[in-house]
Design a protein around this ligand. Sequence first.
Ligand code: PA5
Length: 428
Amino acid sequence: MFDFQNSGLTPELVTDRAEKNAFLLQEALDGFSSFDGSTGWVDIDSCADQALLQRISRKAAQIREEADLFILIGVGGSNNAARSVIEALRPGGVEICYAGNATAPSSMEYVLEQMEGKSVFVNIIAKNFETLEPGAAFRVIRKRMYEKYGADAGRRILATGTRNSRLHQLSITYGWDFFDFPEAVGGRYSAMTAVGLLPMAVAGVDIARLVAGAKDMRRQLLATAARENPALLYASVRTMLYEKGYRAEMLTFFEPRMRWFSKWWIQLFGESEGKDDLGLLPLACECSEELHSMGQFMQQGTPVAFETFLSMELDSPGPELSPDGVDDGFGYLDKMSFADLSRASESGTMAAHSTHLPCLCIHGGHCSERDFGGLFYFFMLSCVFSCRMMGVNPFDQPGVEAYKKNMFALLGKPGYEGLTAELEAKLK
Ligand code: PA5
């Protein structure tokens, strides 16, 4: 699954590094118990048990019978995993619309326009229900829901939050269906909880397969010796390249359906690793489009980044290129398929870029529920291993609080008055 032959590092050095960090496998088996909270995802059974999967599937089936539109209100870890699978698989269930992840007026107006004339259900996802963007969007959408449906609106609102949070209390008061955002799972590690699984199920994703794929990957990774362990090897290569002076990692993919997955990956590594003035800047390159922008930089620009190719199996050959009698200069493509073009593009790019930069390859399997489950688990575990090797806490995000506090102060949230004067002076 993980191949580092073009990384410029010798197999001996990499496997030795993985071996030196074998204790991390034991930490994973212990559920990273030395960290407080956020680690509940390591044992998938404890966050996605049969009872939860059945409850979600039943609810999703009911919603699918009635809804034209399902609005997912959430930001960061509260929407990225669901969106990455839904947008890749487009499984043909209810149309999903995203809110609570932007402050631009146009994005809120767009969501309200989408609600017109449709049967709407809403899922507000917020771990502690203090983040401003989802809170503000939920206010506007909730008001519109009660105007539209009267008392029936309550039945159409689902809340995913921490038990005993304000969102939980409101759900009890107003009769919204409530799903647990496990206290012990951080947002960006929440793909395999109700946070990710409920919207996916409404959209028509087979969540049982997704969870099975994650469990298979977990079993495989935790049972493989350090020297051959793909997650430990990947984390070792990342760390060694960082030590050699590389400061960014580009996730390059030739399957555009992985676009939203790359955003999930960026959040996972960016928010987990980028702290204490450390970490690799996570970037993504969607090919072929960005071969004509980032590709130039990777081939000849400042050598700050290495590249990780996320290589996906092709589900079909696509159309064949057959002659149509026009002498267009592309006759050499006759009888080839789009799969042939895609393979040539991927191999050609890796061969070219690896003359300038280290290139790694992760074989991601198919764009399928099973393989998405596996990829989520592989990257989450690799990310924790990388952070541990880098010496940073994978589960906190103190830097995110800085912008939130400033926003609270500028918008007059009680308790932030002290900061308001200081900020206004700075912004003059
Ligand atoms: O991964 C994380 O912990 C964060 O990205 C959170 O998921 C994100 O900030 C959203 O938090 P909340 O659900 O509390 O609004």
